[in-house]
Design a protein around this ligand. Structure first.
Ligand SMILES: [Zn+2]
Length: 222
């Protein structure tokens, strides 16, 4: 029974997260999608939002399970972008959730074919000194999933050229935090580019931030 309870909780978390992306303006209509790693009967798979369904229509029961060979269990077809979600889970054993948006500022930067450089220390939220840019391939293609998985082999986010943003994390809350932060950073960076190219923090400066982030967290006072 525990496994069923865990999956029910995951489904409810996914619905709440998609609604939150809508409320925050990161997602509009049915363009965004998200997934959580989910094992069923010892088959390692994921729960993912169905294709073509907006946050306001999504119910917990609508999430679709996709298995390791692409087998589908559920009432709907999975998001057409499930391939890159699966590729990220295959590449990154630590990732438990993936969030994908066509949020305006991350997408605008991705359409300029620019990565997000270390113009601000919070770029380290994605685990390195850039948020890299994955090259363009058609949505839903194997080539795109390979490009995204490669870009995220050592990062928790990437921009997808002429497409959008992907973020991942060790929980859905962690993946959401990265997606929301990277979108905000892209907004700031685009505003800066309208004035001038901002200075970029050095590798040494970002290494210091990354080291601090590894030890930083919610810490109760003794
Ligand atoms: Zn997309």
């Amino acid at each position: 029974m525990k496994a069923i309870d865990d999956e029910t909780l995951q489904r409810e978390q996914a619905v709440a997260a998609l609604l939150r992306l809508d409320r925050l303006g990161l997602n509009r209509g049915s363009t965004g999608n998200l997934s959580l790693r989910c094992t069923r009967q010892r088959q390692h798979g994921m729960l993912i939002t169905p294709t073509g369904m907006g946050a306001n229509d999504l119910r917990a029961v609508d999430l679709v399970w996709v298995g390791p060979e692409g087998e589908v269990q559920g009432d709907w077809l999975p998001s057409s972008e499930w391939h890159f979600h699966q590729a990220i889970y295959a590449t990154r054993g630590d990732v438990q959730a993936v969030v994908h948006t066509h949020s305006i500022h991350a997408t605008a930067l991705a359409c300029l074919e620019r990565e997000l450089p270390a113009f601000h220390y919070m770029v380290a939220v994605a685990g390195g000194d850039t948020v890299p840019l994955a090259p363009y391939h058609a949505f839903g293609s194997v080539e795109l999933s390979q490009a995204v998985a490669a870009a995220m082999s050592n990062r928790d986010a990437c921009l997808m050229s002429h497409h959008g943003l992907v973020a991942a994390g060790s929980s859905l809350a962690a993946a959401m935090k990265v997606a929301i932060e990277v979108e905000a950073l892209c907004e700031i960076y685009l505003k800066l580019l309208a004035v001038a190219e901002p200075a970029i923090l050095s590798g040494e400066q970002m290494a210091e931030v990354l080291a601090k982030f590894r030890h930083y967290g919610q810490t109760r006072r003794a």
